[in-house]
Design a protein around this ligand. Structure first.
Ligand SMILES: CC(C)(COP(=O)(O)OP(=O)(O)OC[C@H]1O[C@@H](n2cnc3c(N)ncnc32)[C@H](O)[C@@H]1OP(=O)(O)O)[C@@H](O)C(=O)NCCC(=O)NCCS
Length: 157
C-alpha cells in the first residue's frame, strides 16, 4: 500500500539517492532538503511502499505561493499513478497550510511531466525561450500555474 508522508531526517540519504537516479548528474542542492526538514521556505513529501522509497516532491514556499522544484518517481515504479497521488497530496497539504498560488517551470521536451501537471489541475501560463541548456543548444521552459482557493474558495463554488 502506498504511504504519503512529509520528509523526515531519516529519509535524507534515500531521497538524495533517488534524486541522483532520476536526474543523473544533476543532484539537487542539499540545502533544499534541509530547508524542507526545518520547514524554512521549503516543503517535501515522499511516496513509499513498505520501506521502499518510490517518489518525492519538493516545493519552495514564500508567503502564499509555492513553486514545485522537483517531482520524481523511481523508474521501475512509473506510470502507476504514484506521482499523481503524491502531487495531489502535497497540493492539498500546501493549501491547508495557506498556499494559494502554485507555479513551476518544466522543459518543453518533458511531455510526461506536462501530462502529469495537467492531470493534477495545472495549466500552462507562459514560455521562457532557450531557458534550459542541452548538450547541444538550449530548450524552452514552459511555465505552469495552479490556483488553490482555500476554504473561502470552497464556500463560493
Ligand atoms: C514525470 C514523472 C514524475 C511521472 O511519474 P509517474 O509516477 O510515472 O506518473 P503517474 O503514473 O502518476 O502519471 C500521472 C499522469 O502523468 C502522465 N504521464 C506519466 N508518465 C507519462 C509518460 N511516460 N508519457 C505520457 N504521459 C505520462 C499521464 O497523463 C498520467 O496519467 P494517466 O496515466 O491517467 O494518463 C516521472 O516520469 C519521472 O520521475 N520523470 C523523471 C523526473 C522528472 O522529469 N520530473 C519532472 C520535472 S521536475
Amino acid at each position: 500500500m502506498l504511504s504519503l508522508t512529509p520528509l523526515q531526517p531519516a529519509d535524507l540519504d534515500a531521497v538524495q539517492a533517488l534524486d541522483l537516479e532520476c536526474f543523473a548528474g544533476d543532484a539537487f542542492a542539499v540545502r533544499w532538503w534541509h530547508k524542507a526538514l526545518e520547514g524554512q521556505g521549503a516543503a517535501a513529501w515522499l511516496a513509499r511502499e513498505g520501506d521502499t522509497l518510490l517518489g518525492y516532491c519538493l516545493f519552495s514556499r514564500v508567503l502564499d505561493e509555492a513553486e514545485l522544484l522537483r517531482i520524481a518517481c523511481a523508474p521501475a515504479a512509473r506510470q502507476r499513478g504514484i506521482a499523481l497521488a503524491l502531487l495531489n497530496h502535497a497540493m492539498t497539504q500546501l493549501e491547508q497550510q495557506g498556499t494559494r498560488q502554485l507555479f513551476l517551470e518544466v522543459r518543453a521536451s518533458n511531455l510526461a511531466a506536462q501530462q502529469l501537471y495537467h492531470r493534477a489541475g495545472w495549466h500552462e501560463t507562459g514560455r521562457r525561450k532557450d531557458y534550459y541548456p542541452l548538450e547541444v543548444g538550449r530548450e524552452d521552459a514552459l511555465l505552469f500555474g495552479c490556483e488553490r482557493p482555500g476554504d473561502a474558495g470552497q464556500l463560493n463554488r
